[in-house]
Write a protein that binds this ligand. Structure first.
Ligand code: HEM
Ligand code: HEM
Length: 224
């Protein structure tokens, strides 16, 4: 059995909390829009806006595994990684693998598009609208709503691919990725890289990211 000391932090608490809240919110957002519970939809949507914003800021000032810059560098070795994957010679990656880094950018991009267009959307009879729709004309609000609807299909496709990839790693490659996304930790021995990058969270940076995203949510709500 692996002792607690030999298990190291891969995903900090903020990454995990944001991730699992997103997993809960996406189905709720879909359900509330389908059922016409638009007050719920907008509350869930603005919460999602805060989470996406927090994750973007955390990508700049967060732990090493949260930051975007190392992920961009990882994507540079995508071809080699896929070659290794096909020969089953890939090792466990500390943080996002090149493939996972790509999917993070795609998912966050689609989520950001979804929340932004939602904030400016107006429904067909002008009765329901996002809090920032007052800033644009009715026609522009309708166009935002069209993109909002279209992008949801793209987001759903990406989420489907994301879950399929996690299942593929689990069942075919026998690499269990879900456990670390829950506990945050993984056995040190799983990684061949030595030394591993410093991955400690700075509490002040976390507080700054939380306060900034909360302030943006409040500012947006004050428009509505
Ligand atoms: C609404 C559905 C989902 C969304 C929007 C979503 C989004 C994301 C995002 C943005 C990341 C990157 C994490 C970060 O760096 O912040 C991620 C990673 C991850 N997600 Fe999800 N996810 C969803 C559903 C799921 C589900 C259902 C599972 C498990 C069955 C899952 C398992 C994971 C795992 C294991 C990782 C880490 C991948 C790695 O090792 O690099 N996700 N997800
Ligand atoms: C990830 C976040 C979000 C998801 C997954 C999502 C999903 C959806 C879906 C599936 C629809 C129905 C589209 C259709 O078939 O017409 C919808 C409509 C709508 N959403 Fe969102 N939404 C999100 C965020 C937001 C936000 C942040 C707001 C504003 C606060 C918002 C406001 C609206 C409005 C006003 C409509 C009605 C548009 C119309 O009737 O044409 N949404 N959303």
């Amino acid at each position: 059995m692996t002792s607690e000391a030999s298990r190291i932090l891969v995903w900090d608490g903020a990454i995990r909390l944001v991730h699992w809240l997103m997993v809960v919110l996406v189905p709720l957002l879909w359900w509330s829009a389908e059922e016409g519970h638009m007050d719920w939809h907008k509350s869930f949507g603005v919460t999602m806006f805060g989470l996406v914003l927090f994750r973007m800021i955390w990508g700049l000032i967060g732990t090493w595994t949260a930051r975007f810059a190392p992920m961009v560098r990882r994507i540079g070795s995508l071809k080699t990684y896929i070659g290794d994957l096909r020969r089953r010679e890939h090792g466990a990656t500390f943080g996002h693998s090149p493939l996972a880094a790509l999917s993070v950018f795609a998912l966050l991009h689609a989520l950001a598009t979804q929340v932004t267009t939602g904030l400016f959307s107006v429904d067909v009879d002008g009765l329901e609208s996002g809090p920032l729709a007052v800033l644009v004309s009715f026609e522009a609000g309708r166009q935002f709503a069209d993109i909002h609807e279209l992008n949801f299909n793209f987001l759903a496709l990406l989420i489907g691919l994301h879950i399929t990839a996690i299942a593929f790693y689990h069942f075919v490659l026998k690499e269990k990725l879900v456990g670390p996304m829950i506990t945050g930790r993984r056995a040190r021995a799983a990684f061949s890289d030595s030394p591993l990058p410093e991955n400690r969270a700075r509490p002040l940076a976390m507080l700054a990211a939380a306060v900034l995203s909360f302030a943006c949510v409040m500012a947006v709500l004050n428009f509505g």
